[in-house]
Design a protein around this ligand. Structure first.
Ligand SMILES: [Zn+2]
Length: 160
């Protein structure tokens, strides 16, 4: 698949993005922007719902919001892996979909998976722009990474 988007949203678990940034997605789609959604885990540690149910719900939710696609990775719910292999997977997704803006959880949250996702995605978005980092796809650097909030409130700040 080679599906380019304007905005690319990353979440740790299969309902994080819609709970924290669903309105932003609906608004963006109404403005004619293309949106993609990526879940880094299957949500297998969740107290409600099986991974299969959550995957079905996630796909339905993406459709309702108007996202062009939603993909699910398997970095491990409850102990989200952030090694080089995982980083390269994110880099490849960013290079493939070439978003102008990347959205990620604020990288300081009560749930460590959210914190890890925020850091991993921020760093991968930078590395995706390095020409000297050779992967199967050419480099692409999004303009910036924008954070959405989950459990902790933070004062709003402008993009760097
Ligand atoms: Zn979550």
């Amino acid at each position: 698949m080679n599906e380019q988007v304007d905005l690319l949203f990353f979440g740790a678990h299969p309902d994080d993005v819609e709970l924290s940034a669903g309105g932003t997605i609906v608004d963006a789609v109404k403005r004619g922007l293309r949106v993609g959604m990526i879940d880094l885990t299957r949500g297998e540690m969740g107290t409600r719902g099986t991974p299969q149910t959550r995957k079905r719900e996630a796909q339905k939710s993406a459709k309702i919001l108007g996202a062009s696609f939603r993909e699910q990775l398997d970095f491990g719910d409850g102990n989200l892996r952030t090694g080089r292999e995982e980083e390269l997977q994110i880099i490849e997704i960013i290079r493939r979909t070439r978003p102008s803006l990347v959205f990620a959880p604020y990288p300081d949250d009560r749930h460590p998976d959210h914190t890890r996702t925020g850091r991993l995605v921020t760093e991968a978005a930078f590395y995706a722009g390095l020409k000297s980092l050779t992967t199967s796809l050419p480099e692409h650097r999004p303009q910036t990474t924008i954070y959405y909030l989950q459990n902790y409130l933070q004062p709003p700040s402008s993009a760097a």
